[in-house]
Design a protein around this ligand. Structure first.
Ligand SMILES: *Cc1c(COP(=O)(O)O)cnc(C)c1O
Length: 352
Protein backbone atom coordinates (compact mmCIF):
# COMPACT_ATOMS: atom_id res chain seq x y z
CA UNK A 1 0.00 0.00 0.00
CA UNK A 2 1.31 3.41 -0.89
CA UNK A 3 1.20 5.80 2.06
CA UNK A 4 -1.06 8.72 1.36
CA UNK A 5 -0.69 12.18 2.86
CA UNK A 6 -3.75 13.89 4.32
CA UNK A 7 -5.56 16.62 2.44
CA UNK A 8 -4.02 19.58 4.23
CA UNK A 9 -0.45 18.47 3.68
CA UNK A 10 -1.16 17.80 0.03
CA UNK A 11 -2.52 21.29 -0.44
CA UNK A 12 0.01 23.22 1.63
CA UNK A 13 2.11 25.89 0.01
CA UNK A 14 5.48 25.86 1.78
CA UNK A 15 7.04 29.17 2.74
CA UNK A 16 9.61 30.15 0.14
CA UNK A 17 12.53 31.81 1.91
CA UNK A 18 14.35 32.38 -1.37
CA UNK A 19 17.36 30.28 -2.24
CA UNK A 20 20.62 30.90 -4.01
CA UNK A 21 23.85 32.52 -2.98
CA UNK A 22 23.83 36.21 -3.78
CA UNK A 23 26.61 38.54 -2.68
CA UNK A 24 24.11 41.26 -1.78
CA UNK A 25 21.11 40.01 0.17
CA UNK A 26 18.41 42.61 0.66
CA UNK A 27 15.53 40.15 0.64
CA UNK A 28 14.97 38.92 4.22
CA UNK A 29 14.86 42.09 6.35
CA UNK A 30 17.76 40.90 8.48
CA UNK A 31 20.23 43.28 10.05
CA UNK A 32 23.19 43.95 7.76
CA UNK A 33 25.51 44.05 10.79
CA UNK A 34 27.07 40.97 12.33
CA UNK A 35 27.00 41.49 16.06
CA UNK A 36 29.91 39.08 16.57
CA UNK A 37 32.22 41.72 15.08
CA UNK A 38 31.96 43.65 18.32
CA UNK A 39 30.67 41.07 20.80
CA UNK A 40 32.52 37.96 19.60
CA UNK A 41 34.44 37.55 22.88
CA UNK A 42 31.39 38.09 25.07
CA UNK A 43 29.37 35.57 23.06
CA UNK A 44 32.04 32.88 23.00
CA UNK A 45 32.64 33.23 26.74
CA UNK A 46 28.92 32.77 27.35
CA UNK A 47 28.67 29.78 25.02
CA UNK A 48 31.75 28.14 26.58
CA UNK A 49 29.90 27.88 29.88
CA UNK A 50 27.01 25.91 28.36
CA UNK A 51 26.77 22.34 29.66
CA UNK A 52 26.24 20.53 26.39
CA UNK A 53 25.16 17.31 28.09
CA UNK A 54 22.27 18.98 29.93
CA UNK A 55 18.86 20.03 28.68
CA UNK A 56 18.37 23.79 28.51
CA UNK A 57 16.48 25.73 31.19
CA UNK A 58 12.81 25.20 30.24
CA UNK A 59 11.90 28.64 31.61
CA UNK A 60 14.82 30.29 29.77
CA UNK A 61 15.13 32.39 32.92
CA UNK A 62 18.38 34.25 32.31
CA UNK A 63 17.61 35.36 28.75
CA UNK A 64 14.01 36.21 29.63
CA UNK A 65 15.23 38.46 32.42
CA UNK A 66 17.72 40.13 30.09
CA UNK A 67 14.97 40.68 27.50
CA UNK A 68 12.56 42.06 30.12
CA UNK A 69 15.22 44.45 31.42
CA UNK A 70 15.97 45.63 27.88
CA UNK A 71 12.34 46.77 27.39
CA UNK A 72 11.54 47.63 31.01
CA UNK A 73 9.05 44.77 31.40
CA UNK A 74 8.40 42.22 34.12
CA UNK A 75 9.97 38.84 33.26
CA UNK A 76 6.75 37.20 34.52
CA UNK A 77 5.04 38.61 31.44
CA UNK A 78 7.51 37.30 28.88
CA UNK A 79 7.69 33.84 27.28
CA UNK A 80 10.66 32.84 25.14
CA UNK A 81 10.16 30.95 21.90
CA UNK A 82 12.23 29.34 19.16
CA UNK A 83 11.84 32.44 17.05
CA UNK A 84 8.55 34.33 17.12
CA UNK A 85 7.50 31.88 14.41
CA UNK A 86 7.19 29.14 17.03
CA UNK A 87 5.14 31.46 19.21
CA UNK A 88 2.75 32.33 16.37
CA UNK A 89 2.07 28.64 15.79
CA UNK A 90 1.85 27.89 19.51
CA UNK A 91 -0.60 30.71 20.20
CA UNK A 92 -2.84 29.84 17.26
CA UNK A 93 -2.85 26.13 18.11
CA UNK A 94 -3.42 26.46 21.84
CA UNK A 95 -5.59 29.55 22.37
CA UNK A 96 -7.98 28.58 19.56
CA UNK A 97 -9.86 25.35 18.96
CA UNK A 98 -10.01 23.53 15.65
CA UNK A 99 -12.38 25.35 13.30
CA UNK A 100 -12.24 28.65 15.22
CA UNK A 101 -11.88 31.84 13.21
CA UNK A 102 -8.66 33.84 13.12
CA UNK A 103 -8.52 37.09 11.17
CA UNK A 104 -5.51 38.09 9.12
CA UNK A 105 -5.10 41.30 7.12
CA UNK A 106 -3.57 41.47 3.70
CA UNK A 107 -0.99 42.16 2.64
CA UNK A 108 0.78 40.99 5.80
CA UNK A 109 3.32 38.39 7.00
CA UNK A 110 2.33 35.17 5.22
CA UNK A 111 3.14 32.88 8.15
CA UNK A 112 -0.02 33.87 10.04
CA UNK A 113 -2.29 32.26 7.46
CA UNK A 114 0.15 29.36 7.09
CA UNK A 115 0.04 28.44 10.79
CA UNK A 116 -3.70 29.07 10.90
CA UNK A 117 -4.13 26.57 8.09
CA UNK A 118 -1.81 23.93 9.62
CA UNK A 119 -3.68 24.24 12.91
CA UNK A 120 -7.03 23.73 11.16
CA UNK A 121 -8.43 27.15 11.90
CA UNK A 122 -10.77 29.10 9.71
CA UNK A 123 -8.55 31.90 8.39
CA UNK A 124 -10.59 34.94 7.39
CA UNK A 125 -8.55 37.39 5.44
CA UNK A 126 -9.48 41.05 5.43
CA UNK A 127 -7.91 43.17 2.69
CA UNK A 128 -6.37 46.47 3.80
CA UNK A 129 -7.46 49.83 2.39
CA UNK A 130 -6.50 51.01 -1.09
CA UNK A 131 -3.41 52.79 0.30
CA UNK A 132 -2.46 49.59 2.23
CA UNK A 133 -3.30 51.25 5.55
CA UNK A 134 -5.42 49.62 8.25
CA UNK A 135 -8.83 51.03 9.18
CA UNK A 136 -8.91 50.05 12.84
CA UNK A 137 -12.63 50.78 13.24
CA UNK A 138 -13.55 48.53 10.34
CA UNK A 139 -11.31 45.75 11.61
CA UNK A 140 -12.89 45.88 15.09
CA UNK A 141 -16.37 45.78 13.61
CA UNK A 142 -15.46 42.82 11.43
CA UNK A 143 -14.06 40.90 14.42
CA UNK A 144 -17.12 41.57 16.55
CA UNK A 145 -19.58 40.57 13.84
CA UNK A 146 -17.97 37.33 12.72
CA UNK A 147 -17.47 35.30 15.89
CA UNK A 148 -13.74 35.84 15.60
CA UNK A 149 -11.51 34.26 18.27
CA UNK A 150 -8.27 36.05 17.39
CA UNK A 151 -6.76 38.61 15.09
CA UNK A 152 -3.08 38.67 14.23
CA UNK A 153 -1.12 41.29 12.30
CA UNK A 154 2.30 42.90 12.18
CA UNK A 155 2.85 46.48 13.30
CA UNK A 156 4.79 48.01 11.66
CA UNK A 157 3.76 45.78 8.80
CA UNK A 158 5.93 43.42 6.81
CA UNK A 159 5.69 43.87 3.81
CA UNK A 160 4.00 47.29 3.53
CA UNK A 161 6.53 49.02 5.86
CA UNK A 162 3.67 51.11 7.28
CA UNK A 163 2.77 51.51 10.94
CA UNK A 164 -0.42 51.96 12.95
CA UNK A 165 -0.12 54.41 15.83
CA UNK A 166 -0.20 53.19 19.40
CA UNK A 167 -3.47 54.94 20.26
CA UNK A 168 -5.23 53.18 17.38
CA UNK A 169 -3.91 49.77 18.43
CA UNK A 170 -5.09 50.37 21.99
CA UNK A 171 -8.50 51.41 20.67
CA UNK A 172 -8.70 48.19 18.65
CA UNK A 173 -7.73 45.97 21.58
CA UNK A 174 -10.24 47.70 23.85
CA UNK A 175 -13.06 47.45 21.33
CA UNK A 176 -12.94 43.76 20.45
CA UNK A 177 -13.79 40.69 22.49
CA UNK A 178 -11.22 38.43 20.86
CA UNK A 179 -7.52 37.90 21.40
CA UNK A 180 -5.35 40.48 19.61
CA UNK A 181 -1.84 39.39 18.64
CA UNK A 182 0.33 42.33 17.59
CA UNK A 183 3.61 41.28 16.00
CA UNK A 184 6.07 44.09 16.73
CA UNK A 185 9.02 42.52 14.90
CA UNK A 186 9.94 45.94 13.43
CA UNK A 187 8.74 48.27 16.21
CA UNK A 188 12.26 49.12 17.40
CA UNK A 189 12.67 51.04 14.13
CA UNK A 190 9.67 53.23 14.99
CA UNK A 191 8.49 53.80 18.56
CA UNK A 192 4.74 53.28 18.83
CA UNK A 193 4.92 50.09 20.85
CA UNK A 194 2.08 48.77 23.00
CA UNK A 195 4.41 46.48 24.98
CA UNK A 196 3.69 48.45 28.13
CA UNK A 197 -0.07 47.86 27.73
CA UNK A 198 0.09 44.09 28.12
CA UNK A 199 -0.49 44.27 31.87
CA UNK A 200 -3.62 46.33 31.52
CA UNK A 201 -5.20 44.77 28.42
CA UNK A 202 -5.94 41.13 29.12
CA UNK A 203 -6.70 40.18 25.49
CA UNK A 204 -3.40 41.47 24.09
CA UNK A 205 -0.27 39.53 23.15
CA UNK A 206 2.72 41.40 21.74
CA UNK A 207 5.31 39.40 19.82
CA UNK A 208 8.95 40.44 19.67
CA UNK A 209 11.89 38.92 17.86
CA UNK A 210 15.66 39.09 18.16
CA UNK A 211 15.94 38.45 14.40
CA UNK A 212 15.66 42.00 13.06
CA UNK A 213 17.13 45.09 14.74
CA UNK A 214 19.05 42.94 17.24
CA UNK A 215 20.82 41.08 14.46
CA UNK A 216 20.42 37.56 15.88
CA UNK A 217 18.31 35.82 13.25
CA UNK A 218 20.71 32.85 13.36
CA UNK A 219 19.87 32.15 17.00
CA UNK A 220 16.10 31.79 16.55
CA UNK A 221 14.71 33.69 19.52
CA UNK A 222 11.45 35.52 20.02
CA UNK A 223 9.22 36.51 22.92
CA UNK A 224 5.51 36.72 23.62
CA UNK A 225 4.61 39.47 26.07
CA UNK A 226 1.19 39.34 27.75
CA UNK A 227 -0.62 39.57 31.08
CA UNK A 228 -0.41 36.90 33.73
CA UNK A 229 -3.32 34.68 32.66
CA UNK A 230 -2.19 34.42 29.07
CA UNK A 231 1.46 34.04 30.01
CA UNK A 232 0.93 31.16 32.39
CA UNK A 233 -1.29 29.40 29.82
CA UNK A 234 1.34 29.93 27.15
CA UNK A 235 4.14 28.61 29.35
CA UNK A 236 2.02 25.59 30.13
CA UNK A 237 1.32 24.89 26.46
CA UNK A 238 4.82 25.28 25.03
CA UNK A 239 7.19 22.38 24.52
CA UNK A 240 9.51 22.24 27.52
CA UNK A 241 12.92 22.77 25.93
CA UNK A 242 11.90 25.01 23.07
CA UNK A 243 14.84 27.43 23.26
CA UNK A 244 18.25 25.77 23.10
CA UNK A 245 20.96 26.50 25.65
CA UNK A 246 23.40 28.11 23.19
CA UNK A 247 20.75 30.60 22.10
CA UNK A 248 19.79 31.33 25.69
CA UNK A 249 23.40 31.98 26.73
CA UNK A 250 24.45 33.97 23.67
CA UNK A 251 21.35 36.15 23.52
CA UNK A 252 21.43 36.88 27.26
CA UNK A 253 24.99 38.14 26.82
CA UNK A 254 24.06 40.31 23.82
CA UNK A 255 20.89 41.74 25.40
CA UNK A 256 22.97 43.15 28.24
CA UNK A 257 24.63 45.46 25.70
CA UNK A 258 21.66 47.71 25.09
CA UNK A 259 23.62 50.81 23.98
CA UNK A 260 25.31 48.79 21.26
CA UNK A 261 22.02 47.36 19.99
CA UNK A 262 20.49 50.84 20.05
CA UNK A 263 23.44 52.11 18.03
CA UNK A 264 22.99 49.41 15.39
CA UNK A 265 19.27 50.09 15.31
CA UNK A 266 19.89 53.79 14.72
CA UNK A 267 22.28 52.94 11.89
CA UNK A 268 19.69 50.71 10.28
CA UNK A 269 17.09 53.48 10.48
CA UNK A 270 19.57 55.87 8.92
CA UNK A 271 20.28 53.37 6.13
CA UNK A 272 16.57 52.95 5.40
CA UNK A 273 16.08 56.73 5.27
CA UNK A 274 18.90 57.06 2.75
CA UNK A 275 17.52 54.21 0.65
CA UNK A 276 14.00 55.60 0.81
CA UNK A 277 15.13 59.10 -0.20
CA UNK A 278 17.21 57.78 -3.11
CA UNK A 279 14.43 55.56 -4.47
CA UNK A 280 11.87 58.35 -4.05
CA UNK A 281 14.13 60.54 -6.16
CA UNK A 282 14.34 57.83 -8.83
CA UNK A 283 10.53 57.60 -8.81
CA UNK A 284 10.34 61.19 -10.03
CA UNK A 285 12.34 60.31 -13.10
CA UNK A 286 11.17 56.77 -13.82
CA UNK A 287 7.40 56.51 -13.89
CA UNK A 288 7.51 52.75 -13.74
CA UNK A 289 8.02 53.26 -9.99
CA UNK A 290 4.47 54.15 -9.06
CA UNK A 291 4.87 54.55 -5.33
CA UNK A 292 7.39 54.35 -2.51
CA UNK A 293 5.62 53.82 0.80
CA UNK A 294 6.43 55.81 3.97
CA UNK A 295 8.50 53.19 5.74
CA UNK A 296 8.90 53.06 9.50
CA UNK A 297 10.95 49.85 9.30
CA UNK A 298 14.37 48.67 8.05
CA UNK A 299 13.09 48.02 4.54
CA UNK A 300 11.25 49.90 1.82
CA UNK A 301 8.21 48.88 -0.19
CA UNK A 302 7.82 49.92 -3.80
CA UNK A 303 4.86 49.56 -6.16
CA UNK A 304 5.76 48.90 -9.76
CA UNK A 305 4.13 46.83 -12.50
CA UNK A 306 7.66 45.71 -13.45
CA UNK A 307 8.46 44.19 -10.04
CA UNK A 308 9.14 40.69 -11.35
CA UNK A 309 11.36 41.82 -14.17
CA UNK A 310 13.33 44.19 -11.95
CA UNK A 311 13.78 41.47 -9.34
CA UNK A 312 15.06 38.98 -11.92
CA UNK A 313 17.50 41.47 -13.42
CA UNK A 314 18.82 42.37 -9.97
CA UNK A 315 19.40 38.67 -9.25
CA UNK A 316 21.51 38.45 -12.40
CA UNK A 317 23.67 41.19 -10.88
CA UNK A 318 23.99 39.23 -7.63
CA UNK A 319 21.48 41.31 -5.67
CA UNK A 320 18.45 39.65 -4.14
CA UNK A 321 15.36 41.63 -3.18
CA UNK A 322 11.85 40.37 -2.51
CA UNK A 323 9.26 40.55 -5.22
CA UNK A 324 5.54 40.21 -4.37
CA UNK A 325 3.10 40.67 -7.22
CA UNK A 326 3.31 44.30 -8.22
CA UNK A 327 5.57 45.23 -5.33
CA UNK A 328 9.24 45.08 -4.44
CA UNK A 329 10.49 44.89 -0.88
CA UNK A 330 14.09 45.96 -0.36
CA UNK A 331 15.91 45.61 2.97
CA UNK A 332 18.19 48.48 3.98
CA UNK A 333 21.80 47.30 3.85
CA UNK A 334 25.21 48.73 4.60
CA UNK A 335 26.20 51.94 2.83
CA UNK A 336 28.12 49.89 0.28
CA UNK A 337 25.24 47.47 -0.33
CA UNK A 338 22.75 50.29 -0.74
CA UNK A 339 24.95 52.10 -3.20
CA UNK A 340 25.54 48.99 -5.33
CA UNK A 341 21.80 48.26 -5.27
CA UNK A 342 20.94 51.83 -6.23
CA UNK A 343 23.31 51.99 -9.17
CA UNK A 344 22.12 48.65 -10.59
CA UNK A 345 18.49 49.54 -9.92
CA UNK A 346 18.89 52.83 -11.76
CA UNK A 347 20.54 51.11 -14.69
CA UNK A 348 17.70 48.57 -14.92
CA UNK A 349 15.09 51.36 -14.76
CA UNK A 350 16.78 53.21 -17.58
CA UNK A 351 16.64 50.08 -19.76
CA UNK A 352 13.00 49.21 -19.13
C1 LIG B 1 10.95 38.50 10.48
C2 LIG B 1 9.63 38.50 11.10
C3 LIG B 1 9.40 37.78 12.26
C4 LIG B 1 10.53 37.08 12.95
O1 LIG B 1 10.36 35.77 13.09
P1 LIG B 1 11.43 34.92 13.89
O2 LIG B 1 10.82 33.58 13.84
O3 LIG B 1 11.49 35.48 15.28
O4 LIG B 1 12.73 35.04 13.18
C5 LIG B 1 8.14 37.80 12.81
N1 LIG B 1 7.16 38.52 12.26
C6 LIG B 1 7.36 39.26 11.16
C7 LIG B 1 6.27 40.09 10.62
C8 LIG B 1 8.60 39.26 10.54
O5 LIG B 1 8.79 39.96 9.42
Amino acid sequence: MAYELNKKLKSIEPYDPGTGDYPIRLDANESCFNITDKLGEVISEAVKKVEFNRYPDPAAKEVTEAFAAFYGLKPEHCTAGNGSDELISLILSSFLDKGDTVVTLSPDFSMYAFYGFINELKVKNMPKEEDLKIDVGKVAEFCNNNDVKAIIFSNPCNPTSLGVRRQDIIRLVKNVFCLVIVDEAYMDFWGESVLDMTEELDNLIVLKTCSKNMGMAALRLGFAVAGETITSALRGAKSPYNVNAITQAAAAAVLRHKPMIMEYTAELIHSRKMLQAAVTELAERYFVIEKVYDSVTNFIFIRTPKAKEICERLLQKGISVRYMGSYLRVTAGTERENSIFLSEFKEILSLL
